[in-house]
Design a binder for this molecule. Structure first.
Ligand SMILES: [Zn+2]
Length: 471
């Protein structure tokens, strides 16, 4: 059987050019045509059977090799973020003015998962072992939508385990749960009129949006303090002397648990109804997506940690360190200060002296909620799931930033990517070799989900609103 670590070292330059191609394309959610095609073509050329437009989504695909159990799935992403276009430079310098950029490192995310799938395939093939390896090309993670929609279509349902990762500051196994969330636009319809001439004949949709926001802001006091409610007004009318007949507000509701999001969201819907009543307008709810918090599988996390230890930290050199220091000098001191209160620093204060994480950090913060959301959450409620982390940015790097984009396109991101690919491939092989670990992971999963089986937050029978996010 081939050696996974050596095999991935031999693929290093191919993976780096693929990650760079995706980084340069910098396509936002559901528009990742080049990125998705590049990955799908690569896997097809390497012996995988590829189903394009999976779940009816043009940029989603599933690549599969092998036969029989176990079914090992690797989750990959490739979407960029609007507005954070950036060169590989420690000075703010957009590649495309106002353009999108990989400010969350999904260029290395997807490529590492793809590399892991390829390495596991080669290992099973050369070792004459049975199993099915799948790579999921998941679009629009930043919109919290791709995997949710794929989940509704049952694409993850027959997996035995799902393996993924995310780049970040540390080389570790992710133990936190993030937050569950809903994303929806509320579109109010009123009646236009001359705002000075005959306002009594008008009904302002903008008034409804404003009253809805006031209602939501009063609701805040009476929801759990860990909930997060944010909104932007996506349409507030045209000009002041025309009573706006149309107005729209886009909401995110987040909370540590799915059930808590459901409860707060129900209240928000009542607030929208109230706002419409008060203003003599009507509204429609445009539910875009909703996702679960991540369900931790400790059995798989233990297996992954052992694998990461075999791989070791990324081989950062002086040049990487120099670049990291320059980037770090651009971080807002306040956000650097708050990053330093992270659980990792509480448990391992010696990390504070590092600019780039050159060690392995034992998994910490088990079950910690809060912060952002990820649609990996949905997969984790369908099948036992594990997430590793490798250093792809300097410690304290703000998320969704131009600095993150610069680092994800540099050799720092590429080196973290290689570590993640190796750890994920080793983890997959370990599970194929030891079916009792899969059985244990499933038992843990069954116990944790028995009272609340997965129910896709995006309703059945509804068309996916792929074009609604950036409207
Ligand atoms: Zn991300």
């Amino acid at each position: 059987m081939i050696d996974i670590l050596q095999f991935l070292d031999s693929k290093r330059s191919e993976l780096e050019s693929l990650a760079t191609e995706v980084w340069e394309a910098a396509e936002v959610g559901f528009q990742e045509f080049k990125s998705s095609r590049a990955q799908a073509d690569y896997l097809e050329a390497n012996g995988f059977t590829v189903t394009r437009s999976a779940a009816g989504i043009p940029t989603a695909f599933v690549a599969e090799w092998g036969s029989g159990r176990p079914y090992i799935g690797f989750l990959g992403e490739f979407d960029a973020l609007a507005g954070v276009s950036q060169e590989v430079s420690a000075e703010k310098k957009p590649r495309v003015q106002g353009g999108a950029g990989h400010g969350c490192g999904h260029n290395v995310l997807g490529t590492a998962a793809l590399g892991a799938a390829l390495a596991l395939k080669e290992a099973l093939q050369s070792g004459g072992m049975q199993g099915t390896v799948r790579y999921y090309g998941c679009p629009a993670e930043e919109l919290l939508a791709g995997k949710v929609y794929m989940a509704r279509e049952g694409l993850f349902s027959d997996l035995d385990v799902a393996i993924t990762w995310h780049g970040g500051a540390f080389n570790t196994v992710r133990m936190g749960t993030g937050t569950a969330m809903n994303s929806a636009k509320f579109r109010f319809h009123g009646k236009t009129a001359h705002a000075a001439g005959d306002p009594h004949n008008g009904r302002s949709a903008l008034d409804a949006v404003e009253l809805m926001n006031i209602g939501a802001n009063y609701m805040r006091e009476h929801v759990i303090s860990s909930a997060r409610i944010h909104y932007v007004i996506t349409n507030g009318g045209g000009q002041p002397n025309v009573v706006p007949a149309e107005a729209e507000v886009w909401y995110f509701v987040r909370a540590p648990r799915r059930s808590e999001v459901d409860e707060i969201y129900k209240w928000l819907l009542d607030i929208a109804k109230g706002a419409a009543l008060m203003t003599g307008t009507t509204f429609e709810e445009n539910f875009l997506t909703g996702c679960y918090e991540v369900l931790l599988n400790e059995t798989l996390a233990d297996v992954m940690w052992e694998c990461l230890k075999k791989v070791g930290p990324p081989d950062f050199d002086e040049k990487d360190l120099e670049f990291a220091k320059k980037l770090r000098a651009t971080f807002d001191p306040k956000s650097l200060e708050s990053a330093m209160t992270n659980q990792e620093f509480v448990e391992f204060p010696e990390l504070k002296t590092q600019v780039l994480n050159t060690t392995l950090v034992p998994p910490t913060g088990k079950g910690r909620a809060g912060g952002g959301s990820t649609d990996v959450g949905d997969v984790s409620w369908i099948v036992p799931t594990v997430q590793v982390s490798a250093a792809t940015v300097p410690i304290g790097c703000p998320g969704h930033s131009w600095q993150n984009c610069a680092s994800s396109g540099s050799s720092i991101g590429m080196k973290g990517m290689l570590v993640a690919a190796k750890a994920m491939a080793l983890c997959g092989l370990e599970l194929v070799k030891n079916p009792e670990e899969i059985a244990k992971a499933k038992k843990e999963f069954d116990e944790k989900t028995k009272d609340s089986p997965y129910k896709c937050p995006f309703p059945h029978g509804r068309e996916f609103p792929l074009d609604e996010f950036f409207k």
